[in-house]
Design a binder for this molecule. Structure first.
Ligand code: DGY
Length: 327
């Protein structure tokens, strides 16, 4: 690298500590408006910088990457998931991709538990009754939810977040079932009291609540579809804090409308921030704005990871969080 500072474009507003550090260390261009960059602005940025710091709002598919300028050498993603970046296309253009993994697991697991509790214990209906003034006082027969203890939590994706969810669910006396590409270490399995299912289909009939913690890949795209929903108990709940299109949202809505599924807690959606009104109007559905990892601490840690990756790259070393193509 030359003696001059690396040029870095950051596509969204980041915590001020992170932005300050970025401007101290690099020739950084920030996004004071915090508006997601449209395609044209993104391409323009990619033609004039050496490093891009995007977020999951930026669609960096092969066609967009093909328009990158020759100086762009590093995409240091601010976030863990990289499904919005075509890693193969980046590699083919000699652009390295890094992410910021491992920092969001505990916060995301907390929010997953919050959603499990919320839907199983009917927070939304209870809170709406109190806040609207329609609550008439305690009654033995209203707002009856489902006990958490003794129920089986099915986890798809037993990575860092899945395990953090399992640990919390154990404290609530839930039984843990899981599906993963391969079983976790037997000792971890034992500590979590977790039962491995080789296939999703085998596991689904046994779960009382299903929670998704797998990445978005061609294999997991619309993984929870009408056929799989039909394998679940009609008393079961679904939680998704992973990525929206792991679930076929239309099939889920149909199952909810036909009482084939008892409720859902969703932090992510099939069409980003465009929410299907058939979902939002349902009492047994709790919706959050992709905020499972939204804590001040996590956002600062993510920024520090991004800086570490850029700095390591600048020094000519392999950044610690390089994302490699799957195949
Ligand atoms: C990620 O980092 O991919 C998360 O979804 C952001 O919250």
């Amino acid at each position: 690298m030359s003696g001059s500072k690396l040029s870095v474009v950051v596509t969204r507003r980041l915590p001020h500590q992170v932005e300050t550090r970025l401007t101290e260390l690099f020739d950084a261009t920030l996004n004071a408006s915090d508006q997601p960059m449209g395609h044209d602005a993104l391409v323009k940025a990619m033609q004039n910088t050496q490093v891009l710091v995007p977020t999951l709002n930026d669609n960096l598919d092969a066609a967009t990457l093909a328009k990158a300028g020759p100086d762009l050498k590093l995409i240091a993603n601010y976030g863990s998931g990289t499904d919005h970046i075509d890693i193969n296309a980046a590699k083919a253009r000699g652009i390295l991709v890094t992410n910021s993994p491992g920092l969001l697991s505990e916060d995301s697991a907390d929010m997953t538990l919050a959603l499990i509790l919320a839907v199983m214990r009917r927070f939304k209906e209870g809170s709406a009754a109190v806040q609207s003034g329609s609550w008439q006082g305690w009654s033995p027969s209203t707002f009856l939810g489902t006990s958490i203890g003794g129920k089986t939590l099915g986890i798809i994706g037993m990575g860092r977040v899945g395990m953090a969810v399992a640990r919390r669910a154990r404290a609530f006396n839930m039984n843990i079932a899981y599906h993963n590409r391969s079983p976790v270490h037997p000792e971890i399995e034992r500590n979590l009291g977790a039962t491995y299912y080789k296939t999703v289909d085998e596991m689904l009939p046994h779960v009382d609540t299903l929670t998704l913690h797998c990445p978005k890949t061609p294999e997991t795209h619309l993984m929870i579809n009408a056929q799989r929903l039909a394998l679940m108990k009609p008393t079961a709940f679904i939680i998704n804090t992973a990525r929206g299109d792991v679930i076929d949202e239309t099939a889920l809505i149909t199952a909810l409308e036909n009482n084939k599924i008892a409720g859902a807690g969703l932090d992510v959606f099939g069409k980003g921030s465009e929410i299907n009104p058939r979902l939002s109007e349902r009492e047994n559905v709790m919706l959050l704005p992709h905020m499972a990892s939204a804590t001040q601490e996590a956002r600062i840690d993510m920024g520090e990871k991004v800086i570490l990756n850029i700095k390591t790259f600048e020094l000519g070393h392999r950044p610690p969080d390089q994302v490699l193509p799957e195949r």
